[in-house]
Design a protein around this ligand. Structure first.
Ligand code: GUN
Length: 292
């Protein structure tokens, strides 16, 4: 049985946050306090947990942090007014509207309403264009940025590697594919999804396999080339009566059977998840620097 390298996102994120802490102190010394506003609409329990940990991390770093919790009945017009007020607030450098919003909200229109200079999620079309153009003044979406950082600090070579990204979301799959194919990384990239023909065969080609589909334990041992690097972006809640909460977290990869085949793999929790928050803090610092 092979023992894979476990890509410890918690410890890499702690290092990134140490760098953020130092940069925050430098900005504070210049009279600038980085400010992040996180907007949550509705009561989704997973989103509440994410928003809570984002606000907590802001406080730990010395950021100004605004958590705006709106009822599920909030209208599109009311939400747009909140976004506009945050755009105009000089104490706020970063704005994040937690996804997914309730079904009656037009998320695309909300994203377009965010000032691109404050769009620390990197979802605004202006920032998407900058990602395509490899323009570093844009914001890179946090989860893909976290995956790339984890690969980089773990010494995983992307140059010339065959990378398969399973999932084509605007939050993870598409931007991650762009980062992998960019000149900094030079991977050969395939984007696969639920309609791809023979998904297991496509995945088996991968030197670097990234699962970002939101389906618990979908990626099985037979999908993985021996020696591959596997990055599991999924954070799925599955019922587990043996847990006090009634659920446990599991990734998109069947970890127990896949891990022995890999050269390296991210655990869930403790892999990509903590990296996302760390990169959000980094993006907020970038916004605070650039907006002056
Ligand atoms: N929901 C899950 N991940 C994210 C993210 O990175 N940003 C936002 N805004 N919502 C999310």
């Amino acid at each position: 049985m092979n023992s894979p390298k476990i890509l410890d996102g918690k410890s890499v994120a702690a290092t990134v946050l140490d760098e953020c802490r130092a940069e925050t102190a430098a900005l504070l010394a210049k009279g600038i306090q980085p400010g992040l506003a996180v907007v949550l609409i509705g009561e989704d329990p997973a989103s509440k947990v994410y928003v809570g940990s984002k606000a907590r991390t802001c406080a730990e770093l010395g950021f100004h942090s605004l958590k705006i919790e709106l009822p599920a009945t909030t209208t599109q017009a009311e939400l747009l007014n909140v976004v506009r007020a945050l755009n105009a607030d000089p104490a706020i450098h970063g704005i994040l509207v937690q996804s997914p919003p309730p079904a009656h909200i037009d998320e695309e229109a909300v994203i377009r309403a965010i000032d691109p200079r404050k769009d620390v999620d990197g979802f605004h079309p202006e920032n998407v264009a900058k990602l395509v153009l490899e323009d570093p003044s844009g914001f890179v979406p946090c989860t893909p940025a976290g995956c790339m950082k984890l690969l980089e600090v773990s010494g995983i070579i992307t140059n010339g590697a065959e990378a398969v990204v399973v999932g084509r979301s605007m939050i993870v799959g598409k931007p991650l594919a762009l980062l992998l194919v960019a000149k900094k990384s030079n991977a050969t990239v395939t984007i696969a999804h639920s309609r791809s023909k023979d998904l297991p065969a496509i995945c088996r080609r991968a030197d670097i396999l990234i699962a970002a589909v939101g389906r618990p334990e979908m990626v099985r041992a037979a999908w993985v080339k021996p020696g591959a690097v596997v990055i599991d972006v999924g954070i799925n809640r599955v019922e587990d009566p043996s847990k006090k909460s009634g659920y446990r977290l599991t990734g998109d990869v069947a970890y127990q059977e896949v891990a022995p085949l890999c050269s390296a793999i991210t655990p869930v929790p403790g892999g990509v998840g903590p990296m996302t928050i760390a990169m959000l803090m980094k993006n907020t610092l970038q916004a605070a620097r650039q907006i002056q």
